[in-house]
Design a protein around this ligand. Structure first.
Ligand SMILES: [Zn+2]
Length: 216
């Protein structure tokens, strides 16, 4: 049976990095709705053109369109055994819409939990190199010379996304819209809670075990 792994967790939980590692360990395609979106827009597919119309008129792209992009991708043969879904669903309505399309598939949701204070510390301490995009963190990977990139000597700056006000805003949107998705999957008995505040290697091991259905 097709197994669909769904990754949940707030911004800063390390989902993207873990998703890529997990997909490779499980030999399962990593399907990121953010990437699909960019791909469809970039290639000018029918779905991409439709999405663009909404965006250009300042509207939100409807869930049904995102789901069409998703199922267009996962209909390919490499996803027949399963895939790892990253960036979706972000709301309970999306999770419900996904449920109806995934009848007959086995769903497992992995939830990376990290305390807010830790997320804020991780997200607000990031400094990006203007020249090569390398990212330093003032606490976890500080540059040898203040304000200068270790890789190329370029000037470091703080992206707007990484400022305190924007980070707080992203976290509050997450709490309001996405956090309820946890309860949705918990009620179905398919959610595994994982402590995302540990070292990345430990988090990865726990995620791999949960993805394989161990320790349940
Ligand atoms: Zn650099």
């Amino acid at each position: 049976m097709q197994t669909v792994l769904i990754l949940l967790g707030p911004p800063g939980a390390g989902k993207g990095t873990q998703a890529a590692r997990l997909a490779s360990a499980l030999s399962s395609p990593h399907v990121s709705t953010g990437d699909l979106f960019r791909e469809n827009l970039g290639k000018g597919t029918e779905l991409g053109k439709k999405a663009k119309q909404y965006m250009e008129s300042g509207q939100l792209v409807p869930d049904a369109l995102v789901i069409d992009m998703l199922f267009d991708r996962v209909a390919k043969s490499d996803c027949a055994q399963g895939y790892l879904l990253d960036g979706f669903p972000r709301t309970v309505a999306q999770a419900q819409a996904l449920d109806t399309r995934l009848q007959g598939s086995k769903v497992r949701a992995l939830n990376l939990a990290v305390a807010d204070a830790t997320l804020v510390e991780r997200l607000t301490g990031r400094w990006t190199c203007k020249a090569c995009n390398h990212i330093h963190h003032e606490r976890f990977s500080p540059p040898r010379q203040s304000g200068r990139c270790d890789k190329c000597g370029g000037e470091l700056f703080q992206r707007n996304d990484d400022t305190h006000a924007v980070v707080e805003k992203r976290l509050s949107v997450y709490r309001e819209q996405t956090k309820p998705v946890e309860a949705h999957y918990r009620a179905q008995g398919v959610l595994s809670d994982l402590d995302g505040s540990r070292a990345p290697d430990e988090v990865f091991k726990a995620m791999l075990a949960a993805a394989r259905g161990e320790g349940r």
